[in-house]
Design a protein around this ligand. Sequence first.
Ligand SMILES: O=C(CO)[C@H](O)[C@H](O)COP(=O)(O)O
Length: 227
Amino acid sequence: MEEFKRAVAKEALKFIEDDMIVGLGTGSTTAYFIEYLGKLIMEEELEDVYGVPTSYQARLLALENGVPVVGLDEVDAIDIAVDGADEVDPHLNLIKGRGAALTMEKIIEYRAGTFLVLVDEGKLVERLGQRMPVPIEVIPAAWRAIAEEIEVFNATAELRMASKKDGPVVTDNGNFILDARFHRIDDPLDLEIELNNIPGVVENGIFADIADIVLVGTKDGVKKLER
Ligand SMILES: O=C(CO)[C@H](O)[C@H](O)COP(=O)(O)O
């Protein structure tokens, strides 16, 4: 799997040109991309490329690897955003947010000229929710009420607990994460909108209709899927 991640991260570099503003995703696959991007910038093979991080993780990695960072409010536009995903369906709808960075990821990726997704073939599914729950970022005070309300969608939601901290995961925005398992997701776009209509929901991890290109690491090399 690490080999596939490195392969798609390398392939993603072909999409980056001088003078680009690049949205920097979160997770282990994007970490390779940030590392390789930093190398090209340090070797002056790419000039005037700036990264807009989607998380503290992406920001720290960018700084560590020599990718200059700017905030979303400092740029006029984002040329391309590069990020991983947890599931990809045949229409290139995604589930994201295992790393709890889904809100900033969606804010940046929605606005990118091109949204490029990097996955290995194990992330391809016939239907979203087949393997992974849908992460939902919620205002802390509302977590229990929202977890109960989500049952209306034939789903169960669990508060995500931290592993190196006592208590729940707290996102970069100071919120909690609910991981919701749906019996069946027939219409990802509809569910994405419905979930965001619940008061107290900040954002959810369904990314319907926004991925432009998905690079898939397979044992036969990197495959390109386009919408
Ligand atoms: O959505 C994410 C973080 O919020 C990640 O992009 C997603 O979980 C994929 O991560 P990885 O590349 O480590 O498998």
